[in-house]
Design a binder for this molecule. Sequence first.
Ligand code: F0G
Length: 432
Amino acid sequence: MLSVLECMNCHRQYPANQVIYTCETCGGLLDLKHDMDWLRRTVTRELFDSRLGTLDFPYNSGVWRYKEMIYPDVDPAQIVSRPEGNTNLYPAPRLAQWAGVDKLYLKHEGENPTGSFKDRGMTGGLTQARVLGMKRVACASTGNTSASLAAYAAWSGIQGIVLFQNKQIALGKLAQAVAYGATCIRIAADFDRNLQLVRDISEKLDIYVLNSVNPFRLEGQKSIMIETIQQLRWRVPDWIVVPGGNLGNSSAFGKGLREMYEIGLIDRLPSLAVIQAEGANPLYRAYQTGFEKFEAVEADTVATAIKIGNPVNYPKAVRAIQWTEGVVEQVTDQQIMDAKALIDAQGIGCEPASACSLAGVKKLVESGVIKPHETVVGILTGHVLKDPDATIAYHEGLLDNIESAYPNRVFAAAPTVESLSEILSDSTLTLV
Ligand code: F0G
């Protein structure tokens, strides 16, 4: 076997085909650990480049193009793929200017089949559910994980179960989970409590957990880094900037980048900047103590996707920040929504949590952490249609405690040429 599950703390190993999420000895999180010597011998830039544009399953997926690095042992017949990935990397010169850097790219993970990066994790998770012969899969979710789980479970003929908090679920996400036919349960509890509940019931009822505590999810999400750097013709950017909630992406990015470096796909590591909402900032607070102290918080933010106070992947995220000499920053809801309005107005669009990336870049440039000449890649995690309520409320000036700096109000006209003329001779649109 080319991969085993290994505890990140005590390094105890388990076979990859065991249903297990944390170490039986010390409770540590598990990694899917690959045979690095084999990877060094097998993987080249040319191998991955030769699969670009292929129509052949599974290499037509932006996750499984890198199969050797994701899950080398798996039989392709078991792979559950839509296919996902192959998302655009947009140069964003006007936003770069606004944020104060010369070169900014936005990697749009909202372009995945269900509109968020979660699909890259779910293809790994549902594939493993199939390998293990599981009949049911479940997650707690702020919305996107549930939409993705629901779709991938339906696609593979496995029952999907999703637990939501009973308020503040973005409409687009709830609609997806319902439409794709998952068993949807609303609970009077926040995300953190729901995640604990999923872990408890899954053990009892033989259900496979597909939150990002599942190492196979993180293997899939790793591909965001491989694909981004391949799109940059294997040139490594200086910074990768990503929103942080349950810290699955941050963890996956750290592992992926380190593995790419170890096997010689890249010759240096970019630094990871994890951006949290000020109202959901446990990683940021811990970072302020040099990661000496971690305390969960009660989370509250307009970016409901990252309304998480006790991130399960905290230790892996710390490791990723240390490996890449990265940083953690926080941004306000005001900064998030203004950055979102600017990303949207480029014609790119994203959901609120995703805009942490751009808001974070600007703040890190202002504080001198990111230098103007450095190349930055911001990750947009979710599609603009995920949370239409937040978008409309911002532009109508209806969000609590947020001043809309870049409003695009909807006009009302009488059905006459005069009325339309009056509006159109008045309106000017000057954004960035
Ligand atoms: N952005 C979006 C759009 C998300 O949906 C999430 C997480 C994140 C960022 C944070 O990513 O957890 O890897 O740090 N959403 C999860 C969910 C928690 O349930 O959909 P992370």
